[in-house]
Design a protein around this ligand. Structure first.
Ligand SMILES: C[S@@+](CC[C@H](N)C(=O)[O-])C[C@H]1O[C@@H](n2cnc3c(N)ncnc32)[C@H](O)[C@@H]1O
Length: 163
């Protein structure tokens, strides 16, 4: 997808919601240059000190990748992992802390609830998750940042297009 839309740069700050087992994150780490001297796995959230980025930002030596999931995933050097739900009240603060108070350039959301077998119900739960992801993206993305969300469609359902 990045080959087509070019939303990732080598210094991008990326948040990956629903990151386990790590397929998207591994793909991001191929483009975004992470500082793997920093070990930030399983860090605990602290208070967010939010710095607004105004105008066009200067290029940075490294990007950042913050992964969020309710289950563990394999470690990716230089990335942060927050074990928790994207629906947790403090998730935005924990992401902000992992980004050192900076804003994200890109938020990916592939979080999906476990399926029930009822496709209508699964679709509704999936859209709810996507909406929660959009809420997180609104809080942590910079102006002009990119939100990418994956939602499974079920027959005749188009309401996910109106997030
Ligand atoms: C389709 S998998 C993601 C695959 C991942 N993007 C990859 O490329 O490897 C969906 C993930 O969403 C996670 N998930 C489900 N509910 C979640 C929630 N409330 N908050 C964060 N992650 C959640 C699941 O644990 C699961 O790992």
């Amino acid at each position: 997808m990045n080959n087509k839309y070019r939303f990732l740069r080598r210094d991008s700050y990326v948040v990956d919601l629903g990151s386990a087992p790590g397929g998207f994150a591994a793909a991001v780490a191929k483009t975004v240059k992470l500082d793997d001297r920093a070990r930030r796995w399983d860090q605990e959230g602290k208070r967010l000190v939010k710095r607004r980025i105004t105008g066009r930002r200067r290029s940075r030596p490294f990007g950042k990748l913050v992964c969020v999931d309710v289950v563990d995933m394999a470690e990716i050097g230089g990335a942060s992992f927050i074990r928790g739900s994207l629906m947790d009240d403090d998730v935005e603060h924990r992401i902000g802390y992992a980004l050192n108070g900076d804003e994200a350039d890109v938020v990916l959301c592939d979080a999906a609830p476990s399926t029930t077998g009822n496709s209508e119900m699964d679709h509704i739960r999936c859209v709810d998750m996507a909406k929660a992801g959009l809420g997180v993206a609104n809080a942590v993305l910079r102006n002009g940042g990119v939100f990418v969300v994956k939602v499974f469609r079920v027959r005749k359902k188009r309401n996910w297009l109106r997030l």
